[in-house]
Design a protein around this ligand. Structure first.
Ligand code: SF4
Length: 346
């Protein structure tokens, strides 16, 4: 039996091809699942009894459910989802005054090895299916309150690009959850072919993690720099912005104490970002075991912001959320949880 949860319209069409369904049936089914949250074919009343029976014989609908959650004193909630074979992922729900953001994971662990990241210490343990990505949204009790989605949880989304693109299609399509692409941001450390594919197939927002404007320094923080140097990525984005309007780009920059917030860094940032229409987000850092990196103080972040603004860069400082439950940026990890568990069907 095949699980219909997490499938795109084209995938549902493909599965129904040989079963003699009318042309509009796949879209009706998608709307039942994603818009009305009906996970039982027998309740899809605009399909005939025979069609419902046929669906029941070959398919089922099952969405991931969280195993547990912890809640921060600031209201942030961190959910734990099982992904089968004793593995788990985390998802952070971050309520704010005027919006609520859900931070999605795209992989179990990660293979990118960024020096500052807790998920990196876990290593790579597997890809998430589109159903497992979408399920992090579908499965939580605050679903109706969510206004923004960010792919900034565990994993590098462009290292799992096909499933991530399918999940974006379900989130933004009129037959799916019909969320605005402007409210969805995919964050990447910079995998150039993935960025190219993402920009051509999705109109969601893109956030590039830079963390240093100096190649050698960035290499020590992010090994991906040796494979896809940021200069190549920024050149590509510059030419892309010239040809097409790309007003959905931001730069993420974690500010480390005594490392990357000097006047020279501000000057170099202005140089490498010249000609690009971007916003720079400065992110506070929280130490993880196994590195000497520490976060810059708030006043240091604010003075770096001033320096960047003086150079003409639109810059914001992000607040830390969910620190007491390890839900803040870079702290997600499910390594300690690994234990035998049955396989799952999504
Ligand atoms: S920062 Fe992102 S890409 Fe780098 S190791 Fe962590 S999860 Fe992977």
């Amino acid at each position: 039996l095949i699980n219909f949860f997490g499938l795109t319209l084209t995938q549902i069409q493909h599965h129904l091809k040989s079963l003699d369904f009318p042309q509009f049936a796949p879209e009706q089914i998608a709307r039942w699942i994603y818009q009305k949250n009906i996970f039982d074919f027998s309740k899809m009343t605009n399909l005939s009894l025979l069609q419902r029976q046929k669906l029941d014989d070959s398919f089922f609908i099952n969405a991931p459910k969280p195993l547990s959650f912890v809640q921060s004193e600031d209201g942030t909630k961190k959910y734990l989802f099982p992904t089968g074979n004793g593995k788990f992922i985390e998802t952070a729900f971050i309520p704010e005054k005027n919006r609520s953001t859900l931070c999605l994971s795209s992989q179990v662990g990660c293979k990118m090895g960024c020096l500052f990241c807790m998920t990196a210490k876990q290593g790579f343990q597997g890809q998430l299916s589109a159903a497992q990505i979408i399920g992090q949204f579908q499965g939580i009790e605050e679903k109706e309150r969510i206004t923004n989605l960010v792919y900034m949880g565990m994993g590098e989304p462009l290292d799992n690009i096909d499933e991530v693109l399918s999940s974006l299609e379900v989130f933004t399509s009129p037959w799916g959850y019909a969320l605005s692409p402007k409210k969805i941001t995919l964050s990447t450390i910079g995998i150039l072919p993935g960025i190219q594919k993402f920009l051509s197939q999705s109109s969601c927002r893109l956030a590039l993690s830079l963390h240093s404007p100096f190649e050698e320094e960035r290499k020590t923080l992010m090994p991906i720099q040796t494979v896809y140097p940021f200069s190549e990525i920024l050149d590509f984005l510059r030419s892309y912005q010239k040809e097409k309007t790309l007003d959905r780009l931001s730069i993420e920059y974690i500010v480390f104490k005594d490392l990357n917030h000097s006047p020279a860094h501000a000057k170099a940032m202005a140089r490498i970002l010249q000609g690009l229409k971007v916003r720079v987000n400065l992110i506070p850092y929280h130490p993880v075991p196994g590195t000497d990196l520490e976060g810059a103080r708030e006043d240091q972040m604010l003075s770096f912001q001033v320096k960047l603004k003086e150079k003409g860069l639109m810059t914001t400082v992000r607040k830390s959320r969910g620190l007491d439950i390890d839900a803040a940026c870079g702290l997600l990890s499910t390594k300690a949880l690994l234990k035998p568990e049955k396989d799952l069907d999504y």
